[in-house]
Design a protein around this ligand. Sequence first.
Ligand code: ATP
Ligand code: MG
Length: 858
Amino acid sequence: PNIDKYPYLASLNAAQLQAVTSSPEIPLQILAGPGSGKTRVLTSRVAYLVRHHEYKPYEIVAVTFTNKASKEMKKRLQVLLGDQQADNLVLGTFHATCAKYLRRYAQLIDIPNNFVIADTEDCKKIMSTLLKARKEILEESRISLKEGVVLSEISKAKAREESPDQMAIRAAQDPSSSTSTSSIIAELYGEYEANLRESNCLDFDDLLVFGLRLFRNAPRILDSCKHILVDEFQDTNITQYELMKCFAKAHGGVSVVGDPDQSIYGWRSAEIENLNKMTRDFPGVQAIYLEENYRSTGSILSAAHAVVSQDRERIQKNLFTSHPRSTPVTLKVFSTPVIEASFIAWEIKRLIAYSGGTLNYGDFAILLRYNALSRVIESALQKDSIPNRIVGGHKFFERMEIKDLLAYLQLADNPDFTPAFVRVVNVPKRSIGDKSVSDILNAAKSMKISPMELCERIIDGEPLPNGLKAGIKKNLGTFVGAVRKLRRAAEKGSSVADLIRLVIEKTGYEEYLRTSQPDFDSRWENVQELISYSVIVSEEQARIANGAPEGGEGFMPANSAAVEAIVNKAQVEEKLKSNGKLHPLFRRQSSASDSTRSRSRSASISAPTKGKSRDIIGNGVIEILDSDEEVDVKPSARAKEDVKRNAKTEVMDGLVDELATASENMTPLAFFLQTSMLSTDTEGGEDDKDKPKVTITTVHAAKGLEWPVVFIPAVEQGTYPSYRCTEAHEMAEERRLLYVAMTRAQNFLTMSYCQFRMMGGEENDKETSEFVGMVERHQPGLLSTSLPDVDLAVRRYISMMLARPNPDEEEAKDMIMKHVRAAPPMSTWDAPEPRDKYSNRFARREVTKATRAAEYWA
Ligand code: ATP
Ligand code: MG
């Protein structure tokens, strides 16, 4: 129907078309597998409601799971409907949508419209005050409660619409032994709420809770909403479901799409039960099933299906594709993560070179179970100068916990390094406020000593300089003590791993992370990864000391381009800020009079990081915060040019050499700090924001997205399933997580695992993930150990290109020929040594095949 009028309907299959055009008054539920076009149907349905049913855009509410997804939906609708109409749609996450209504109507439920949205930090502050007030009671009854734990309980309560009173009743009835803890949490919940209200704040969960209250109390404000559409319905929680019901009430218009197999947010109170509830709550709901997958090749679908169907309790769904089977899914084993990571980098370059110009960096994604896994991947990509971005989080060395620990090490190495001092003097919190810090800095400046030294003198009993408050001495005690212990240990030659452990022990850093960060697990994994990294770096230093060439197994040396870029960046920033202080790494190696060197390093290290740390895992706020924020500490293009003109080449060259090689006479700590600094991101300026980049992201944040080429490293026991999971329902969610990851791939999927992986500095033997192991055992051949066949790939790309509207055969062939011929020989790609399963011999075979393919087309 109407296809002539609405050309975007032409590309839909029958089931999709039925879904898009089905009567808006009949509740619609689409349950279908990945890549079957659920999101596309939802988007088309919005357009159809506006165009065909003549709904006003503001009468339609479309809810997505992340901001990124809603941006994408909006972009698509701008094309279908035009900017103006698309702008008037109510489009966003549940949180954002509620916030919009509350801003306008909050007074109807007796809260001021100008409420402030409290972020996680604010909430923790409130809770910490409440806990302090109760300190004695808690101690008496020997209950230890942390802000994070209480807040997460409160959040869970809000997600299931439980009030403090209800929580108290439940606690009283709870037969388990921890009753007193639960009732204290219930009390804290009550006080916390009162506190938020007094200060006119709503926390993230409140946006939903108060939104719900508003819609229930004043349903008329939703009279204008004629239809609500919800994407990723399987991951809604109870409150969100109730919200949906409110929106649907006025006119009964509701369409939801979801996939039970992709439910991966159970740990954040998502209720898969909502799917069944809907059938009860909306009589006559029409269910439509989509069975054709348009995203992935047959091989990828079979492999993914083999994983998810291990779940016996799952409802079987059909999913087929008319894409060819194409190249099989690859499963590779490597000895260490570094080899695994350099393989991924190498493979990205190989596929780009052979894709005949159809692939660029933006077509690749590396999906990770944990944030901490990104360190080695980032450094492999950096080494091969492959542009990349981390979605939903920071690059490894930009993460808060890593910067904190490095700052302590920097202070131990060089007490005069002020930026490190400023960063950690009050981390973990020691009641040294900003004012006190600036007092210390000023006093130190006037005394012409470093602030660290001033603090040490204060602790050693020297009189306080004017302006400093007496109380400060007490607060500085642990800080100075920790730095001194650290310095002494470093002088005695402790390993860096031990130094990091010492920082953690002496400052109570673990406890600090646990109580202050909602995503403790993820951050703690990063800390463990830093320890592992330090072990690897020290092994490398030992190797070099024994005369071995740089780049041992397990170690990823920075390439010279990276070093150069750091120097560039440093010089640019130095020019921009023209503030400079000798960086500790250079004091030892260069004379203080060589100002170019010293200033450049200092600037690179003190460069500010934009934005707050928002790792995606465990952070309940991604729905309303931007999840694809990138962190750049990059010079502008113009500034870079400037440097190129002015830089004295000889100095630069010398510096690059020095940075890259100076290692012999360095202490382990100095060597480690230098290596870490060289591992920070060194990509170009802001001008390349839109340049295609390889995406590194967690699986959780990859939901709903797709890429032609996907890598899933670390498919090991302990990762899939996570070592954190033990219970059966958790295991099932882990399996679905791997399923979600695999089904992001369109053309090529490469999974890999390592025989050894270090955690917290200890080498562990690893086994392949049981989910994948099952596939290997029961369906041998489904997973291949060889790399994607370039020959087949090239042909597939050609057919893809020819399938496009208005194909230009000649052009397509030309392009492919050109690229295949121009592909660089394997050796220049720095493939790792052939000690692994894939080898240069294999690479040569691939080249031959590709050349043959080219000849075939010629
Ligand atoms: P997920 O469960 O992963 O969110 P999904 O069901 O929402 O997947 P979409 O993202 O909507 O799937 O679609 C997957 C891909 O298939 C997209 O690239 C989409 O453009 C394409 N697609 C969907 N339907 C069709 C169709 N009828 N013809 C061609 N391509 C289609
Ligand atoms: Mg989708």
